[in-house]
Design a protein. Structure first.
Length: 276
């Protein structure tokens, strides 16, 4: 096992939540913690800025409110949440006293470390991490990333079936595919800048078939097979021969090739394109 954190990445409706729950149980069994939608780094990026330090005002109350408005999930989350609050309150007092320094990224790194202190392994899943990868890399330069990819048509159709209060949800398949491509393109831009041993791309269907358990165990250093065995696709592969807009097709092909680093992705698995 390694104390460097593991972040599970993936666009919306790509299977990350079910996968994260399996990681949560596996990390817990190993003496560590994996948070499902913990989102603390996301909130620190938004609410801990150099201007806040200059103004001596760490917005701990906003961060804690956001954590409670949509609470993170998983075994052990209450203990994790208590450690987060303790660290945030201590840091906020130091910021008010002017003793926390002027490096917002370093302070965020400290809060994250204190929230997971002495754990042999830890990590988190939150879809929006795809939108802040450079910040994550600066705050946690030893972090490892598991990128879960799902065929864009599967993801888009799942988005359109999503229910609940989600004002940011696309309402057409075209828009859902465009959002899928925009989010996943962030990974393609980011991945070449980090060492190969800190990144792993896994395909959703292969994960559910149990074909990626060995690679995931080697990457995380955690026994995962027993917890991954229950993963099944929410919907069968369907309609993949319908074609994709060129932008989504190009992103999907690049992602599929990244999930097969030792050989080219099988031609049958690459998306076909159409104009219009």
């Amino acid at each position: 096992m390694s104390p460097s954190p593991v972040f599970l990445l993936g666009g919306q409706r790509c299977g990350t939540t079910a996968f994260a729950h399996a990681l949560n149980l596996a990390f817990h069994d190993a003496g560590g913690h994996f948070t499902v939608n913990g989102k603390l780094p996301y909130l620190l990026d938004r609410w801990l800025t150099p201007q806040d330090l200059s103004d001596r005002h760490l917005r701990a109350d906003e961060i804690l409110h956001a954590l409670d408005r949509r609470p993170p999930d998983g075994v052990g989350v209450d203990r994790w949440r208590a450690r987060v609050e303790e660290s945030l309150r201590t840091a906020a007092r130091e910021v008010a006293e002017g003793s926390a320094g002027d490096d917002a990224t370093a302070l965020a790194r400290r809060i994250l470390a204190e929230s997971n202190l002495d754990l042999p392994c830890w990590g988190d899943k939150y879809n929006e991490y795809l939108l802040q990868l450079p910040w994550l890399d600066a705050a946690l330069p030893d972090a490892r990333y598991v990128m879960l990819i799902r065929h864009p048509l599967e993801a888009a159709r799942s988005m359109l079936r999503w229910t609940g209060d989600r004002p940011w949800l696309p309402v057409t398949e075209e828009s859902a595919l465009a959002k899928w491509a925009a989010w996943n393109r962030h990974w393609l831009d980011f991945a070449p800048a980090i060492p190969a041993d800190r990144r792993l791309v896994i395909e959703y269907q292969a994960l559910c078939r149990g074909e990626e358990s060995r690679r995931l165990e080697e990457f995380t250093g955690v026994d995962l097979r027993a917890h991954l065995s229950g993963l099944t696709p929410r919907a069968p592969v369907a309609g993949l021969d319908a074609g994709l807009p060129p932008a989504a097709a190009a992103v999907w092909q690049a992602l599929r090739q990244a999930s097969h680093p030792d050989d080219a992705a099988p031609a049958s698995d690459l998306a076909t394109t159409h104009q219009g």
